[in-house]
Design a protein around this ligand. Structure first.
Ligand SMILES: [Zn+2]
Length: 541
């Protein structure tokens, strides 16, 4: 992409989706992207079909400048790149402002300029005159328009500014529009504005600038970022800024994926290219992986629990009419529904759940009863299968007699070493039998569970090379009966993943290491089952 390409919206006059994951989204605690990561995220967003990818703030750090240099070599399919920066410095010529020069050097077709729209910030943060702030906005916008760039003007703190001094906030927009900005993005920078106020303000601005794009940039501090974005579009906004998975500082930016799904499925907007919406869930997960952040299972539309129903008496009704229990078809966003098994579950729930896993128990009432008894028994001892699909499936396969075994445990020993210099470490020796072979391995780790995991992997690596693709992604411990203090029962939930997805296993014991081993062994067994690895333990009669 180069400045030579015509600036302007990628697809017609519809609503433009503007992603700021790489700039505003990466302000999130714990989110730290390398240039390589940023290119991967941009590529995923481009493949999804967003209109604009804001790559960063080249004036603020060299990493962003490098991103733009490398991004300019890539042939983007759907997205145009935007570079972000602030208006010129007070009492300075735009032509000689070094920050504007760096922004220009990013060579993006779109330049997004942020300027102050709230008098409090002009007076107290910028500490310059209100007239000078208006001149800074107009000069900076004009500078980039003259260079052939499309300018998006981000009016910072616009909604708070509109409440405090509407005339001045509108003057700031007029300065940007008069200088040639083609998009006026109204920012709820502090994120506290509620939908009815968004409606009132957006309506006013859209009415004043019918020929320009009015946009919104919402933060989620009042849990309204997505709602605010949706109602703004309802009032005629045609540009929405947000971040993948709602990433962003404090409570996050508007979750762009929920905005896209809401507008496409419920308001008939065509935002993504054909087929784009069906890859929404996969894109959300991919970006979470690159960001190295846990993927929120309750995330609307795309989370793994977004369409998971805990069935009481109505599991068979859910199976018959899934549309009666979910607000949209999960497949529309590339997600799927599933039924959770719980202690309250009756026979029909277990049948539905087993069928979902491809195990048909309906022809064999005796087997169904045996499975149900086994589940009730296990739940009584503290197991919870509603989130542990993989352990449920292994249990059903074991009761049904068709479960392959990849290894048998002969024993393990764990040594926990605590030192006064804080260099604590654990060592585990695991002894396994695989058919008539005996495998013994030592593993070291930061704690006993990590050491056991390492030892087990080492012991099995040669016989089952597929194990290298299985990773441990989450480990949760819960004490089930706090009253008994140290004799309480421990439940471990462990999530593992491979290229194709993730699965959760459960272990229960009055000893945390034993509970962890159980969940680990199930996690590896299930991973091997998924991988199609041939089980080397002979089937038992
Ligand atoms: Zn922001």
């Amino acid at each position: 992409m180069s400045p030579g390409q015509a600036p302007g919206p990628a697809r017609g006059p519809g609503v433009e989706i503007y992603d700021t994951t790489l700039r505003d989204g990466s302000q999130q605690v714990g989110l730290d992207l390398t240039v390589e990561d940023k290119l991967r995220v941009a590529t995923a967003l481009d493949a999804l079909g967003v209109d604009v990818v804001e790559g960063g703030w080249p004036g603020s750090n060299p990493k962003d400048a490098e991103f733009f240099a490398r991004a300019s070599e890539i042939q983007w399919r759907n997205a145009r790149l935007a570079a972000f920066g602030a208006t010129r410095r007070p009492h300075r010529d735009a032509d000689s402002d070094p920050d504007l020069a760096v922004l220009l050097a990013a060579r993006t077709p779109i330049v997004t300029l942020v300027g102050k729209a709230w008098t409090l910030h002009v007076d107290e943060a910028l500490r310059t005159s209100r007239a000078e702030n208006l001149a800074m906005v107009a000069d900076s916008v004009r500078f980039f328009v003259r260079e052939g760039r499309r300018v998006v003007f981000d009016a910072e703190h616009f909604f708070d500014g509109y409440v405090a001094d509407p005339a001045y906030a509108l003057e700031v927009l007029a300065a940007a529009a008069g200088a040639g900005a083609d998009t006026l993005a109204l920012c709820d920078t502090n994120g506290g504005t509620l939908p009815d106020d968004i409606v009132r303000v957006v309506r006013d601005v859209v009415g004043r600038y019918p020929a320009l794009r009015t946009g919104v940039h919402c933060h989620n501090d009042a849990a309204c970022a997505v709602a605010n974005s949706l109602v703004a579009v309802g009032e005629g906004a045609t540009h929405v800024q947000g971040a993948a998975n709602g990433y962003g500082e404090r409570c996050g930016n508007a979750d762009l994926f929920a905005v896209i799904a809401g507008l496409e499925l419920k308001r008939d907007h065509e935002l993504l290219p054909p087929g784009g919406l069906a890859s929404l869930a996969a894109t959300a997960r991919e970006i979470a992986e690159v960001a190295n952040l846990p993927f929120e299972s309750r995330q609307p539309y795309v989370g793994s629990s977004a369409f998971a129903t805990k069935a009481g008496l109505h599991a068979s009704a859910i199976a018959r009419r899934p549309d009666a229990y979910s607000h949209v078809d999960p497949a529309a966003v590339g997600n799927r529904s599933h039924v959770l098994v719980s202690e309250l579950a009756g026979r029909s729930n277990v049948l539905v759940k087993a069928a979902e896993l491809g195990l048909d128990l309906s022809d064999d009432p005796a087997l169904a009863t045996a499975v149900l008894d086994e589940i009730k028994n296990a739940e009584h001892r503290g197991y919870a299968f509603e989130a542990a699909d993989a352990s449920f499936e292994l249990l059903v396969r074991r009761v049904a007699g068709g479960r392959p075994e990849w290894f048998d445990l002969e024993g393990y020993r764990v040594v926990i070493e605590k030192t006064d210099d804080g260099a604590d470490r654990s060592e585990a020796i695991v002894r396994l039998r695989v058919g008539d072979q005996r495998e013994v391995a030592v593993g070291e780790g930061v704690g006993p569970v990590h050491a056991l995991d390492q030892a087990m992997r080492k012991a099995l690596a040669e016989l089952y090379p597929q194990i290298a693709d299985i990773r441990l992604v989450d480990y949760k411990v819960r004490i089930l009966d706090g009253r008994a203090a140290t004799s309480a029962v421990t439940r471990v939930m462990l999530t593992s993943a491979d290229q194709g997805g993730e699965w959760t296993t459960v272990g229960v014991s009055d000893d945390i290491v034993t509970a962890s081993w159980e969940a680990l062994a199930d996690g590896i067994s299930y991973g091997l089952l998924r991988s199609g690895a041939e089980a080397l333990v002979p089937a038992r009669a």
